[in-house]
Design a protein around this ligand. Structure first.
Ligand SMILES: NC(=O)c1ccc[n+]([C@@H]2O[C@H](COP(=O)([O-])OP(=O)(O)OC[C@H]3O[C@@H](n4cnc5c(N)ncnc54)[C@H](O)[C@@H]3O)[C@@H](O)[C@H]2O)c1
Length: 424
């Protein structure tokens, strides 16, 4: 099938790069979002998200005229839905954006069109939720128009390369839909394109993130056991990983972001009786910030009235994404223990997070600190020389929650150095 026009719904971390790459391959693309600030900003050349290389690509494609940004859905040969799928407080999937996006396509849907859902979704969403909404157009899914699910599997920070190089799964509601999806993504995907059915593709995405969550949960649980038995978890893991069939991941302060900390709940909701390991792993990872906060409280001899310089708020290193961030959770726990926390996040100086006091310079965080906590291993923090910090803070205590710093160097610079289950 040939495609010359495309409408991408949702101009976030996934939709904007996807729309721009399609435009760079010659398609005429409308990038649509309901958020007028985002649309006005993009049309004025201002990015609302940071992703290496994205700004240049978007500006080029806007200039070429192949990418247009709008608050309205446009008729097109194909539609891609890339809207958020968060969860409610009780961890049920919040599918309102997928439903609204599907409804917004209905008035524009034409015979022969292809619709692709990219948003991470509970099993059977494409068949049970999206298809019936699109059929309100009077057209029949799989016959009059084609419908597929294609999960996005990119890593924030590497989105533009992984979009192109990663293998892509396309699950059609029928084989023709999957094949049409392949024809569309072949415009830029260099990785293998695997065709399957829609529900398998939905499961694949959820299984990938869930298995990662479970593997991190066991690493986090091992860190707690190591703390209990006075073992350096990092040394223990590196020795265990010498075994040819063992690959334990790194423990940390928890699991965050839009995907791994959210997606497993979709399986728990869909089949609570079966997804028990999934649920337990989620709970272990969610409890990890509280565990780390307790540890910090202990090594600091109590936190009440103390000032903490907290470095990093993003959910992982070298990104500006703070969604579901365990670092933010950790800040809340430190505050609940009585600390005054000044948080410095170089990728987002002012995130307007409720109850988090941010500073826009590292020095401002250090100025009156009793304790320095490293929460995220951004390269910028990894490269800090403790000798440079010494004169900028009254603090003599450092807690490296993510094992990014060299203990000996900090000790040489006169700091007492502590970390998560760390002796060396
Ligand atoms: N960010 C990632 O790294 C990543 C990776 C894999 C999968 N995903 C999945 O991709 C989907 C999108 O994630 P994201 O990170 O791009 O989200 P995002 O929050 O960055 O962007 C989503 C955009 O959709 C817009 N939107 C919401 N409802 C809309 C509607 N009805 N019509 C038009 N626009 C609407 C929002 O205003 C927002 O700008 C989610 O399901 C997510 O789980 C994300």
């Amino acid at each position: 099938m040939d495609f010359s026009t495309l409408c991408v719904i949702g101009m976030g971390y996934i939709g904007l790069p996807t729309a721009s790459i399609f435009a760079s391959r010659g398609l005429h693309v409308t990038g649509m979002d309901i958020n007028t600030d985002i649309i006005n900003g993009l049309n004025a050349g201002q990015m609302h998200i940071f992703e290496p290389g994205l700004r240049e690509l978007v500006l080029d494609e806007l200039k070429s005229g192949r990418l247009q940004i709008s608050t309205q859905v446009s008729p097109a040969d194909a539609f891609i839905i890339a809207v958020p799928t968060p969860f409610y407080d009780d961890k049920r999937a919040d599918m309102r954006a997928v439903i609204a996006a599907s409804e917004s396509i209905v008035p524009h849907l034409q015979p022969g069109n292809l619709v692709i859902l990219e948003s991470t979704s509970p099993p059977r969403t494409t068949v049970d939720i999206v298809a019936p909404i699109l059929e309100k157009s009077g057209l029949k899914a799989g016959e009059d128009f084609l419908l597929a699910y294609s999960p996005e599997r990119v890593l924030p920070g590497r989105i533009l390369t992984e979009l192109i190089d990663n293998a892509r799964v396309i699950g059609g509601i029928n084989p023709q839909s999957a094949q049409a999806g392949r024809d569309l993504y072949a415009a830029f995907v260099k990785g293998e394109i695997i065709l399957t059915d829609a529900t398998t593709a939905e499961m694949v995405k959820l299984m990938e993130n869930t298995s990662r969550d479970i593997n991190i949960a066991i690493a986090n649980e091992f860190s707690r056991l190591a703390q209990r038995f006075d073992v350096d978890i990092w040394e223990a893991i590196s020795i265990a990983n010498l075994h040819p069939r063992v690959e334990i991941l790194r423990p940390g302060i928890g699991v965050g972001g839009h995907c791994i900390s959210v997606d497993p709940w979709f399986l728990v909701e869909a089949a609570p009786d079966e997804a028990q390991l999934v649920k337990t792993a989620r709970q272990i990872n969610d409890e990890q910030p509280a565990f780390v906060a307790d540890l910090i409280n202990q090594v600091a001899g109590g936190l009440n009235g103390k000032t903490v310089a907290f470095l990093g708020l993003a959910f992982k290193p070298n990104v500006d994404d703070l969604r579901e961030s365990p670092a933010v959770e950790l800040v809340h726990h430190l505050q609940a223990a009585g600390a005054k926390v000044l948080a410095y996040e170089p990728f987002k100086h002012n995130a307007h997070l409720p109850e988090v006091q941010q500073v826009s310079e590292l020095d401002a965080a250090l100025l009156n600190a009793d304790l320095i906590v490293l929460g995220v291993a951004h390269d910028q923090f990894k490269n800090i020389d403790p000798a440079d910090i010494q004169g900028k803070t009254p603090s003599t205590l450092v807690f490296d929650a993510v094992r990014a710093w060299d203990k000996a160097k900090w000790e040489q610079a006169g700091f007492r150095f502590c970390g998560l289950a760390r002796k060396h």
